[in-house]
Write a protein that binds this ligand. Structure first.
Ligand code: IFM
Length: 458
């Protein structure tokens, strides 16, 4: 008998990848991103999403085959509002059928669909009324959600209302990296508030049509490392932690959104059946008197650890545990890792990152946090927003040739496939894919630590 170590996951655990419409579909000129991409300076090398991974022309079928061959039993994807409602109040049956086809293709391959209703993009006509700065958008979004759930709801159990609302608000309205490129704190708060109202409206609309549906949203969390001395930097760290990581989640539990002031949004109270965690980076945070325009807060890359590409933070996979812990304890809801992965041009870091991340998830499960699934970001290299097709920002398990559309699996795809098939991360996998971690994670001779008896009492 060969005895070996493995980190086993619970029966029924969901394993898959996550994707988003604008990043993979291509052929769309009707949303705020396609308009934004036209202006030089907005995207890496002035690129546009173009045909992306050509899913709109049917390439999703072969990519779902790939996911199935890697033993994924679930997939997270988003529907594109600008295709479904290309003009205000006009719905496209062709687009609805396209997404119905995707769901059917997933089910035929034994993959549970998790459908995101908003992933960073808005139809142009929504953009023209001020996007999410306008409360009218909440009502328009609710109408769109109602329509899509009436059409597709009998085949979907899990809905994700909004992807990373705080990223959408801060990148578009505070930092200016996403459309509409504003730098205005007041608008940032207003957009986040309206997205919260949008989530609440979508939650009630979905439950109204299909009470058994499971509705949540995907929250991007960042790990925050406190600069020293703590007494000086603590308030700045707490401010970022509260505003970016916590306030939105708290509001979905309590119905009170606390940014600069407290806003009562009773309809948002108790509108989570599950919570999604998107996790990537850790930042060093502190107070800097020279940064009044950033509210004296400075966020930068720590000097130690593995650094991601320029403009992002430190890559610290174990931060997953910390984020699961807070979300798990605060919400007491089933938790899904709705995104986790690493930007890595040549797949040298990804297997190592994957092992450390999945080990963190396993650890959290064994502390009895209710983690129910893991969606790797992402299935195929794709359009990475402001970073376009910059090789440093490739996140996929497969590379994609932009001209021929030929996909090539990376080493990390094989490793992830083995993990999904085994519903476990085994010592043998670690030895084969990331031998440099093997001794640390799984000593070859099982070690039984000596435990000293306490001194005799009494
Ligand atoms: O590509 C994005 C995705 O759209 C949202 N979460 C982070 C990913 C990687 O940057």
């Amino acid at each position: 008998m060969t005895v070996d170590f493995s980190l086993n996951f619970p029966a029924g655990f969901l394993w898959g990848a996550a994707t988003a419409a604008h990043q993979v579909e291509g052929h769309n000129t009707n949303n705020n991103w396609s308009a934004w991409e036209q202006t030089p300076g907005h995207i890496y090398q002035d690129q546009t999403a173009g045909i992306a991974c050509d899913w709109w022309q049917g390439h999703y079928v072969e990519d779902f085959d790939r996911a199935a061959a890697l033993h994924h039993n679930a997939h997270r994807f988003s529907v594109e509002w600008s295709r479904i409602e290309p003009e205000r109040g006009k719905f496209s049956n062709k687009a609805i059928q396209f997404y119905a086809g995707m769901i059917e293709a997933l089910r035929a391959r034994g993959m549970e669909p998790l459908v995101t209703l908003h992933h960073f993009t808005d139809p142009l006509w929504i953009d023209q009324i001020g996007g999410w700065t306008n409360p009218e958008t909440v009502r328009r979004y609710e109408r769109f959600v109602r329509l899509i759930v009436e059409e597709l709801g009998s085949t979907v159990k899990m809905w994700c209302t909004i992807n990373e609302p705080m990223v959408y608000a801060t990148q578009g309205y505070l930092l200016g990296h996403f459309p509409p490129g504003k730098k205005n704190l007041g608008l940032t708060y207003r957009v986040a508030e309206n997205m919260l109202r949008g989530h609440a409206a979508a939650y009630h609309a979905i439950k109204n049509i299909h009470p058994e549906a499971q509705v949540g949203f995907a929250k991007h969390q960042i790990s925050l490392k406190l600069r020293r001395p703590a007494w000086l930097h603590l308030p700045a760290r707490n401010m970022v932690r509260h505003t970016f990581n916590r306030a939105f989640v708290e509001a979905l539990l309590t119905g009170e959104l606390k940014f600069q002031r407290k806003i009562e949004i009773p309809e948002a109270r108790d509108t989570l059946d599950w919570i999604g965690l998107n996790y990537y980076y850790r930042f060093l945070v502190g107070f800097n008197v020279l940064k009044p325009r950033q509210l004296f807060i400075e966020q930068r890359r720590p000097y130690d650890g593995i650094l991601g590409p320029e403009s992002v933070g430190e890559i610290w996979p174990e931060g997953l545990f910390e984020q699961i812990r807070w979300l798990g304890e605060r919400t007491d809801k089933p938790l899904y890792i709705t995104e986790n992965g690493v930007a890595d041009a040549d797949d040298t870091l990804r297997p190592l990152h994957m092992v450390r991340s999945i080990r963190s998830v396993w650890q959290a499960i064994n502390y009895n946090y209710p983690v129910k699934g893991y969606f790797f970001w992402t299935l195929v290299d794709n359009f990475e927003w402001a970073e376009g097709y910059d090789p440093a920002f490739r996140f996929g398990l497969h590379s994609v040739d932009p001209v021929t559309q030929v996909r090539t699996p990376k080493t990390s795809a094989a490793l992830y496939g083995e993990i999904c098939a085994a519903n476990a991360l085994t010592a043998d996998m670690v030895r084969r894919y990331v031998p440099e971690l093997a001794d640390e994670l799984f000593p070859s001779v099982p070690v039984q630590k000596e435990i000293e008896w306490p001194a005799k009492r009494g």
